[in-house]
Design a protein around this ligand. Structure first.
Ligand SMILES: *[C@@H]1O[C@H](CO)[C@@H](O)[C@H](O)[C@H]1NC(C)=O
Length: 221
């Protein structure tokens, strides 16, 4: 009887703790017993969010996938996704194309939709282009359920390839633009060249919704 009580106590406390330290959802401990790790990774809180990885000596761990962050589902309706592309003063006129559901925003791209907005074309040396996406509103409207993705394309306008640029994905509050803590990933990207809406894929932002948390992963093309 006492054993059951302790079990229920733990079972109810663990998800509450996990909700507060949302970047520690994946336990990331090396277990020498493979079965234990698999089970840990298949817990309702971690299911589909963590990656099972081999440990150095023996066994497996349930780990956070690379270039990812987690956010509590209950915070998401207050936040919007920002996709930001930047290039250096030695480079000029990167054209980006950001795609979400049926929308595609950027220079010469088809159009925005109810959830996807574009800050505008920037033809400067050393510029920034930004797309803003209300991913949670789209889910609440039934446009996606367990997972969705944002596709990022980019290329230099009508020029030789000017080299790499930078891309960042972060969450900010819709109310005052304040940044959500520990909710940011970035990477170098390798743009192509073009004269119209860029067809050159540089990255995919994968969004996976678990029972309590959502994982955001930036995967370079
Ligand atoms: C282009 O980006 C730079 C750097 O962020 C910014 O200072 C400038 O105002 C932008 N220009 C336009 C037209 O948005």
């Amino acid at each position: 009887m006492r054993c059951y009580f302790v079990f229920f106590l733990l079972a109810s406390v663990v998800p509450i703790l996990a909700q507060h330290a949302s970047n520690d959802v994946c336990p990331n401990r090396c277990n020498t017993d493979r079965t234990l790790s698999d089970r840990e990774c298949d817990h309702p809180v971690t299911r589909s969010l963590c990656a099972v990885e081999e440990c150095e000596d023996n066994g497996y761990s349930c780990s956070m996938p690379g270039n990812s962050f987690m956010i509590s589902n209950n915070q998401l309706s207050l936040l919007e996704f920002v996709i930001e592309y930047t290039w250096s003063p030695e480079q000029r006129d990167l054209d980006t194309s950001t795609r979400f559901l049926d929308g595609n925003v950027g220079f010469s791209c088809s159009s925005a939709n109810d959830y996807l907005d574009f800050g505008g074309d920037n033809t400067s040396k050393g510029g920034t282009e930004v797309a803003v996406i209300d991913v949670e509103k789209a889910r609440q409207d039934g446009k996606w359920e367990d997972s969705t993705a944002i596709i990022s394309n980019a290329g230099w306008f009508a020029s030789d390839n000017q080299g790499g640029a930078q891309m960042k994905v972060y969450l900010r509050r819709k109310s005052d633009g304040g940044l959500a803590e520990e909710a940011s990933v970035s990477d170098r990207i390798n743009p192509g060249t073009q004269r119209t809406c860029s067809p050159h894929n540089v990255a995919t932002v994968k969004i996976i919704r678990g029972s309590l948390h959502t994982r955001v992963t930036l995967e370079k093309a």
